[in-house]
Write a protein that binds this ligand. Sequence first.
Ligand SMILES: *[C@@H]1O[C@H](CO)[C@@H](O)[C@H](O)[C@H]1NC(C)=O
Ligand SMILES: *[C@@H]1O[C@H](CO)[C@@H](O)[C@H](O)[C@H]1NC(C)=O
Length: 373
Amino acid sequence: MFFNARALFLGAAALFFGLSAADDCAQGPWQDVQYVGGQGGSPYCHTKYLDGTVMTGIEVWASKKEVEAIQFYYSDGTNSGQLGKVDKNKKHARLDWDSSTDGISQVKTWGNGKGESLGRVYIRTKGGAELDVGKDTDGQDTYESKTASGILLGAFGRSGEVIDGLGLLFLKSKIDKITVEDMVFKETPDQLNAQMKGLQTVILDYADHTNANTDSNETFTFTKTETRTTSKKYSQTATHTFGWSNAIELSGKILDLGASSTTTLKYEYSRSSTEESTQEKGVQLAYSVSTALKPGQRVFCRATAMSGEYKGDYTANVHIWLEDGGEFKFAQDGTMEQVNWSQASSICQDKEFPPDDAVPEVPASKRALKFIA
Ligand SMILES: *[C@@H]1O[C@H](CO)[C@@H](O)[C@H](O)[C@H]1NC(C)=O
Ligand SMILES: *[C@@H]1O[C@H](CO)[C@@H](O)[C@H](O)[C@H]1NC(C)=O
């Protein structure tokens, strides 16, 4: 009879015992789901994959006869609560793994030998850590589950006084790409530009030079190339949770801090669609201005550039595309941090710069050799 089966392979369309079609465990991006155990207790279903959260830990307690209790841990720091009841507690272990760098490579389960409950669980991570808790299963059938991607999305089964049965839900295929769609930042470019938020003109260098010759002209050249760092970082929890380190495709209203003119920056919506989650680059800020000085003449020079620093939140939908063609989506907010620099400009004049002087913009045409009257 059906109920005597200790292990059942359930196809994607199959409804699990006691689970209604509305349960999150009944349908999802998994396949070849295996259930080991009996039909007592009441059904449980634990998964948060629709929030972009995966499982990253499991704790198991067992008596000499069967698995008494299980608790699952999620990537967002929460847990399933304890399923079953810890009673004899002859064996107990907990196994945690980091979903961003590790996953599950092997799962073996056994019944209690009578088709009533879960007897033993063995789990091994890709990194080689193991959990093995349960009864002595000598002579019993071993049921090995397919772990597919190794990303554990959920667990279902039946429990009451003990763990009557267990089935694990693995993401069925490796991830092909992650796209972050419908991005909307909390602030608009217009609002940010009006406030000049995070934008400031920085003095890179300053010179006060006098032609010390009494009988000859001098050409004073104020020039340097400096390196500054620009960066852009998207903090999107899903990429970490699902162990994704490649570029992400972005769409929606993507805020960006770019050039307004050669020497100024402004906020705008970007057209760019593929970004590394973290990029950092050295940019060269170069300036050069030459001034012809008569004997004894003094000149003041200053180089400036605009720097922009932004940190802001956005709402988005994360879309996970699987190598086997499957996909799923969930809403998840994120944060973007950006640092950018405009090109540098420089100016030389015969008067000292007042300390609180508003920094003027220098038209490119004036940057050649300059004579001061
Ligand atoms: C210095 O430059 C001025 C202006 O161009 C020129 O009239 C003068 O002859 C120059 N003096 C010398 C010593 O070269
Ligand atoms: C800085 O601005 C430039 C010019 O608009 C742009 O091409 C570049 O991608 C920006 N860099 C970063 C790190 O945002």
